[in-house]
Ligand binder design. Structure first.
Ligand code: 26Q
Length: 795
């Protein structure tokens, strides 16, 4: 049947509307369902192929998948965007408008969750059999509203109108225990949980490029075994009768909206175990069903832990192998280490997960025993290797300083055959800092896998104008191999091509200006330099450095209105963890500065400041193609990699950045002349901190900085509450852990260098093309191919 006829058929018989009665959302549903039929057929075919070849499968365990919308991605990867546009146009409908009706699947905080989503797409595109495992949060990332400049968090109800992409699999359900005790029955150890919750799989298909393969994202939902105790209910205890279901619901209710400091609540550990246990049970069941012998697991399954959030899977796999399959601890430990690998995403000490030992023991008594057994083994190996007491105490899975805690990173490290960082610098720092002693004991485990992003979503789908130009210039090869973008490099000096790339950028900026105008009421000049910092709000990412420089620029423009300033639009976006006081204050400051600057006639069009509310994947898809300048200005040594940096460069923005994370590798590829680097290196930051850094002296020594800090501190931007920022600025004067003051002058100089380059329009265009041409390497296809070859042993 023709697509158009199929849509009508679906609209009538599955959505239950005819063409006259159908509303926009009915057409949206019909569109997805019609497309879905095609996806399902390919899904079956992919599964059968893996089954028949008895291939090894990859399992990506992640508490976060920040997917965004699926319709455009699926259409584009199946190559039917055009057909769908035509089919809908027959009914006077615009595909792009229908796409807007899809809510973002925002089951993640930021970089780590978005990386998981890019990886899922690349796994399917590289035809690697893979499952993503996570939690089907009913409320994902909160919606951010800005009320009088302050962040307000609201629940996002992405499932309110159903989710046409998901399939519940009632046959894939597992019992997850909590608490209780461990008994020994005739030499067999048995865990008798006090509470049991059922995990049920909900599957979403993940379509690879050109529809080659469709993999599965399997998210767990929770149910009580006995959802309503009728006896209690009939006896009048309505709440008590439903209590078990309420407990189950609360497990999958919300994503923890923290992206660095660990939450530490019991519910979080329960979530971690719930999804880890369900996933491991599912993996082992599938293996035994297909291959018979649990001992061959490492040959047929590769399990990747996305940070330490699923660390408890290490102990759970050992438990299942020993207690359910009768293996000895040694056998189980060997299989576990050959199967599991771990990716680290942060060196921030406050982000390293650890759980109070009494809590861990109360919730997971059998796992506590296993952690002790693993620890005994690891410490024995450490002593045999001749490590000293300090090293041994650092390696221990139990932190003995103060209140005893279970260290999830040490558990993951010990239980994995591979431990990787996400950019070259980050991996080196792992070896030198947090994992220095574990690295001495297991020198072959740590390896680097520099992050990547999927060029399908982040170039082809989000920037069709630029994609079209590149196809005309170098053909279609880059669509299948992003590194072929390098063919563009020789066109960087081609003035005509440069102008066309610039026209595409300008058109994207017009679209964005229009969208932001609707969203915020602020009018933006598309000929101004669009300077963008979008990412989670965190002190180490230094939105404050950007804001203070914005204030300094504002002061200068007012003092010298006669100078020919480069018109700039400063765009900020990002969410703050709900409990992160300073991050929320930084959002308020951005909004206070925006209000004042945007209403000051003396700066006019020379400077505009916008804080985009509710930054999410869909907004990123609009903003990144329209950016001229990408702000990647973290304190060196603190941003593990960054992935936004890659998306901007791929879309022809120049980066202003520090020598941190993947910025370094971007610089190496695009060339020192096509990026603006400033500031202290990671080594210099460490040395400064060790030497006793005096930020007050630095601030007093910089006229521009002192003036900006003083004006913010004294209430120039907060006349309604003049002391609002006194504490924030005091923090800079007294400690400035993130080296804002230390890097300020270098940053200001770098920004004037950006102005200088911008005035040379031809030079800027050339640099932009060099960026596009040389960042194909940052495709997540390359990253996944490296994982597949070096860690998983597939491909
Ligand atoms: C931990 C415990 C309890 C509650 C929450 C958390 C938690 C949740 C999310 C801790 C950290 C995160 C997210 C971290 C993250 O997004 N890290 C980023 O990962 C990217 C992908 O590798 C990197 O590019 C970024 O540099 C890194 O900051």
């Amino acid at each position: 049947m023709e697509l158009e006829a199929r849509i009508i058929d679906v609209l009538r018989h599955r959505v239950g509307k005819n063409e006259l009665a159908a509303k926009k959302h009915d057409w949206y549903n019909a569109t997805v369902l019609a497309l879905r039929d095609d996806i399902i057929d390919r899904w079956f075919a992919s599964t059968s192929r893996t089954y028949e070849t008895k291939g090894k499968r990859v399992y990506y365990l992640s508490l976060e998948f920040l997917i965004g919308r699926l319709l455009r991605d699926a259409l584009s990867n199946l190559g039917c965007t055009r057909d769908m546009e035509h089919a809908l146009r027959e009914h006077g409908l615009d595909l792009a408008a229908l796409e807007e009706l899809e809510p973002d699947a925002a089951l993640g905080n930021g970089g780590l969750g978005r990386l998981a989503a890019c990886f899922m797409e690349s796994l399917a595109s590289l035809d690697i059999p893979a499952y993503g495992y996570g939690i089907r949060y009913v409320n994902g990332m909160f919606r951010q509203r800005i009320d009088d400049g302050w962040q307000v968090e609201l629940p996002e109800t992405w499932l309110a109108h159903g989710n046409p992409w998901e399939f519940e699999r009632r046959e894939s359900a597992y019992r997850i225990g909590f608490g209780g005790e461990v008994a020994s029955e005739g030499g067999n150890i048995r865990w008798k949980p006090a509470e049991t919750i059922e995990a049920t799989a909900v599957d979403t298909p993940v379509v690879g490029w050109r529809g080659k393969r469709v993999n599965t994202l399997r998210l767990w939902t929770a149910n009580a075994l006995d959802p309503i105790r009728l006896d209690a209910f009939n006896a009048g205890d309505h709440a008590g009768a439903l209590a078990a279901q309420v407990r189950a619901d609360s497990l999958v209710r919300v994503l923890y909206p923290a992206d660095s400091t660990q939450a530490g609540q019991e519910l979080r550990l329960r979530q971690e175990f719930f999804f880890s246990s369900a996933s491991i049970q599912d993996i082992v069941r599938r293996h035994v069903q297909y291959h018979g012998d649990v001992r061959t697991l490492p040959d047929k399954a590769a399990i990747q832990l996305n940070d330490t959030h699923p660390s408890v899977a290490v102990a759970e796999l050992v438990r299942i192998l020993c207690d359910d399959h009768g293996l000895t601890f040694d056998e189980a430990w060997d299989i576990t280490r050959k199967t599991i690998a771990y990716t680290n995403h942060t060196l921030l000490p406050e982000a390293l997960e650890s759980w109070p030992l009494p809590l861990f023991e109360r919730l997971l008594p059998r796992h506590m025993q296993i952690v002790y057994a693993i620890n005994a083994r690891v410490l024995r190996e450490a002593r045999k290797a001749g490590l000293d007491d300090a090293a041994i105490s650092a390696i221990s899975l139990i932190d003995e300083h103060g209140e005893r805690r279970v260290r999830m990173a040490n558990l993951a490290f010990a239980g994995a055959h591979s431990v990787n960082g996400v950019a070259a610098l980050h991996t080196e720092l792992m070896k030198e800092t947090v994992f220095a002693d574990l690295h001495k004991l297991y020198p072959d485990k740590i390896n680097n896998k520099t992050n990547g992003v999927t060029p399908r979503r982040w170039l082809q789908q989000s920037n069709p104008r630029l994609t079209g130009l590149i196809r005309e210039a170098i053909g279609d090869g880059f669509l299948d191999d992003a590194e072929k973008l390098s063919a563009l490099d020789k066109m960087a000096g081609d003035a005509a091509f440069g102008e066309r790339v610039d026209e595409a950028k300008r058109a994207n900026k017009v679209d964005l200006a229009h969208h932001l105008g609707e969203l915020t009421g602020i009018r933006l000049d598309p000929d101004a330099l669009f300077d963008v910092q979008i990412k989670r709000i965190h002190e180490y990412k230094r939105q404050l450095l950007n804001l203070i420089e914005t204030v300094a620029l504002y002061d200068q423009i007012r003092s010298h209105p006669e100078k020919d300033w480069v018109p700039r639009v400063k765009i900020f976006g990002g969410k703050a963890a709900s409990s992160y006081h300073n991050a929320k204050l930084i959002i308020k400051l951005a909004n206070d500065i925006a209000r004042r600057v945007n209403s000051d006639p003396s700066v006019g069009e020379m400077l505009k400041v916008v804080f985009v509310p509710n930054y999410n994947v869909s907004l990123a898809e609009r903003i990144i193609p329209a950016a001229d300048l990408s702000e990647q200005i973290s304190t060196a040594g603190m941003e593990a990699s960054g992935t936004g940096n890659m998306k901007f460069a791929l879309n022809g923005a120049l980066t202003i950045g520090t020598l941190d994370g993947a910025n370094i590798e971007i610089m190496e590829r695009v060339g020192r002349d096509n990026i603006v680097i400033f500031g202290l290196t990671a080594e210099e930051v460490a040395a400064k901190r060790a030497d006793g850094y005096n930020p007050r002296a630095v601030i007093e020594g910089s006229r521009e900085l002192a003036q900006a800090v003083h004006s913010i501190a004294s209430g120039v931007f907060s006349p309604d509450d003049p002391t609002r920022y006194a504490g924030l600025m005091d923090g800079l004067l007294h400690s400035d852990w993130f080296m804002v003051a230390a890097d300020f002058d270098a940053y200001a100089v770098a920004q004037r260098e950006v102005d200088r380059r911008w005035r040379d329009r031809a030079g800027w265009r050339k640099a932009a093309i060099h960026n596009i041409a040389n960042v194909g390497w940052f495709s997540s296809d390359r990253t996944i191919a490296e994982y597949a070859r070096d860690i998983w042993g597939v491909l």
